[in-house]
Design a protein around this ligand. Structure first.
Ligand SMILES: O=C(O)c1cc(=O)[nH]c(=O)n1[C@@H]1O[C@H](COP(=O)(O)O)[C@@H](O)[C@H]1O
Length: 277
């Protein structure tokens, strides 16, 4: 469990708000790892060892594990257990279902005794509304990260629809911030949408935003910070492929470290510019 204060303290101490996405595609990880009993876990372990001082969060995306069946689930459990306790552990599961079903999803990812996994945070879709999200918020101290404005091109299909409360993504933020436990809600806003951060901050002045889309998807870290950073930082910026696949040779962990370091140095500059540190 990681409180808001602990998260902010870690950001200031490490001078970074980097979240590293652990999205290991078995086809893309270095071939020499195939000699290990669990190549995916070995890959993640080495990435984590090489980067843990440069980031404040790790985000395994469930798809990359579930696609490998039982073996993948074991890699995910072992990866969860290996994550440094000081870092925020986010399971990127993008779940959303009726309350009775969400209870089971929440147990799967939050209740370590039941499932072997006790992540600090989970990504969820808001489409089914309050009763689909409250089962996650019921877990004291856990974070719920709601999709608001995604980095995908398809975000324009629904998220920009006009409602009486502004665009749909703005209505989502206004509504979710009234729910019990809203102080433990973060929102996903894509780095590719930096021009929208100002309006998002009107409705979510204090919430942390999880921002994927720098690196492989081309979002600008500088713009995200310019429009989205708060006095407490308020941002977790994710990069997955840009870091974990920096090399597919034996030096992959060193290469991942140097990509993470580049982002950390830019983040330090932004934190200094904004007076956070
Ligand atoms: O919820 C997410 O993390 C997410 C939301 C979004 O709008 N866009 C997005 O790319 N993501 C995830 O963030 C990661 C981005 O990976 P890279 O593009 O490789 O850095 C992937 O795990 C995506 O599933």
């Amino acid at each position: 469990m990681l409180s808001r204060l602990q998260l902010i303290d870690q950001i200031k101490r490490k001078k970074t708000f980097l979240c590293i996405g652990l999205d290991p595609d078995i086809q893309k990880i270095p071939a020499f790892l195939q000699q290990y009993a669990d190549p995916v876990f070995e890959f993640n372990k080495r990435i984590i060892d090489a980067t843990k001082d440069l980031c404040v969060a790790y985000k395994p995306n469930a798809a990359f594990y579930e696609s490998r069946g039982i073996k993948g689930l074991q890699s995910l459990i072992d990866t969860y257990k290996y994550l440094p306790k000081e870092c925020l552990s986010i399971i990127d599961a993008k779940r959303g279902d009726i309350g009775n079903t969400s209870d089971q999803y929440a147990q799967a990812f939050f209740n370590e005794e039941a499932s072997g996994m006790g992540f600090d945070a989970i990504t969820v879709t808001p489409y089914m509304g309050n009763d689909s999200v409250t089962p996650y918020l019921k877990y004291e101290g856990k974070w719920v990260i709601i999709l608001a404005l995604t980095s995908s091109a398809g975000s324009k299909d629904f998220q920009y629809l006009t409602t009486e409360h502004g665009h749909l993504y703005e209505a989502v933020i206004q509504k979710a911030n009234t729910w019990a436990g809203a102080d433990r809600i973060m929102y996903v806003v894509g780095a590719t949408k930096s021009e929208e951060f100002t309006s998002i901050r009107k409705f979510a002045p204090d919430n942390f935003l999880l921002v994927p889309g720098v690196g492989a998807q081309g979002g600008s870290l500088e713009d995200v910070c310019k429009y989205g950073m708060t006095k407490d930082c308020g941002l977790l910026v994710n990069s997955s492929r840009g870091i974990i696949y920096a090399s597919n040779g034996e030096d992959f962990a060193d290469a991942a470290r140097s990509e993470a370091q580049k982002l950390q140095l830019q983040m330090q500059e932004e934190l200094e510019k904004a007076g956070v540190i």
